[in-house]
Structure formats: C-alpha cells, structure tokens
Design a protein around this ligand. Sequence first.
Ligand SMILES: [Zn+2]
Length: 310
Amino acid sequence: MRLPRWMFPLHMVATRRASTVPVPVSAFVPACSAANPRSLQRLQEFVSRARRLFVIGGAGVSTESGIPDYRSEGVGLYARTDRRPMQHAEFVRSAKSRQRYWARNFVGWPQFSSHEPNSSHRALQRWEEVGNLHWLVTQNVDALHSKAGHKGVTELHGCAHRVVCLGCGVVSARQELQNRFVALNPDWKAQAGVVAPDGDVFLEDEQVLHFRVPSCEDCGGILKPEVTFFGDTVNKATVQFVHQRLAESDAVLVAGSSLQVYSGYRFLLAASDKKLPIAILNIGPTRADHLVELKVSGRCGEVLPLIQPF
Ligand SMILES: [Zn+2]
C-alpha cells in the first residue's frame, strides 16, 4: 500500500529512499487564563520582526485536538495515571513487551488516528503559506501538522502513522498494520480508555495474552512505530537537518512545549549560542525560560490564530 502524501513531510521525501471511550478535550488542556493583551502585542512584535521564523512545537499544540500530553500539571498523563511510555530497549529486547505495546496500540489506533488538526495547526500552516515561518519542528508524533497541510515540518520524534521494520528498515503505513492485526486477531476484543500521545492505551495483562503480532512481510523483522521511544536517540541526519534550518532562521518561537526532553531543548541552546531572539508561548514553566527575551503564558489554540505572520 502506498503511503498518503501527507504522511511524508517534505524533508523525508527529499532524503528517503476497537471501541473507545470519548473524553472531553478540555480534560487535556491545563488550566490557564487568557494571555494578557500586552503579552500578545509583544509576541506580535516579536513575530513581525522575524524574516525567517523557526518554530518548535510540542504537546501543547495538540492537546486541543484531544491528545493528552505527558507532563502538564494536573492533566498530563504523568499526573493522572501511573502509565509511562515504552522504553526503546525494552521494546527491542522483549517479545512480551512488544505484544503488550501493540495490543494497546491496536485498541487505541481508531481514536488516535482520527484526531483532527486544531486552530494551532491551521494557524502555523497559514504562517507558512502566507507569512514568515521558515521551518517548523514538532515533537509530536500525531501527524496533525501534515494533516493540516503544513509542508516545511520536521517530525523530530517520528510519526505514529508510520511503521518501520527494525530488520530491513522498510517503512509502511500504520493503517496497513492495523488491517493485519484485524486479520490475525479476528475474535480479540478490548476496550480503550484514555489514549496516550503515542496512541497507547491501558489493558490488563490477561487481555494481552492472546494478541498476535505480525512481523515484517519482507524479512520477518520486528515492526516498530516509526517513533523515537524514550531511551532512544533522534536520528543524527534529522538533527543535522534541523540545525541547518535553524542556521537559516533569524528568530525562534517555542509553542506549547516545556522542552524537558533534550532532543528538542538542544535547538534552544544552539539558538542561544547564535544569539537568536527567542520567545516562548506555553502554559507553565519550560527548561529554556532563562534563554528567552519573551515568555507568554497562554493556549496555543487561542494565541497563535491572533498573531499575524508578517
Ligand atoms: Zn523487514
């Protein structure tokens, strides 16, 4: 099956050879009062000064599409549950862990894959089309920027809509694997609760026991979401590519990320080294607060559409 075009961000094209329980979106967005007008004005001035703006976004861009984040106070998955994301080494080492992971991912997929872009994604897509947005880096794996039509985007941690074979490296569509799961597990049923940022849901071990996981059709290798799991590192070529886009930029805006993960934070360190002006739009503190000239507390979905990208 050919992958839909939106699944392949521009830089990849150039370089690459069950039932669910709905949860209200507001459950995933941290409490926050509206950004004050003075902050908005300063953010507008910041964006207007840029000729080539580099934006790095995180979970806060997607929470308003109904995808929870891991870290937000009170509403993030860490705060609400004892679930923790899959570790890379465990996935590679343990067939049982892969079975549990894929069973849960299988159940969460229909809901996870149906999420739609929100006003943040649409605003940034417009910034790219008619404004000064030079490059966008997202730490999310939900493909919502691509679904919104964004072209110049790097998915720093991969994309849950793609599957990679750890044996031969072939990349396929996650939906195609869903069809194979269905064919292999015709009588297997489970309920999904809250779906995590990477499509994970919680299931009891008992439910997982009989779930059958296919391997690569070409080489028999292990199939893994094309997502950087915790404990793994971002592909060097991708990091290099993003550094190049950053070097072409003249200002950096962080949108909806606490930058706790080094893979994203490193670009803020690089921007600071280059003395690029940096602004942050986020609810709550971030790891880069000490590096910025402007910090705006607000929801991305409310603030970004108000800013003119020129
Ligand atoms: Zn393979």
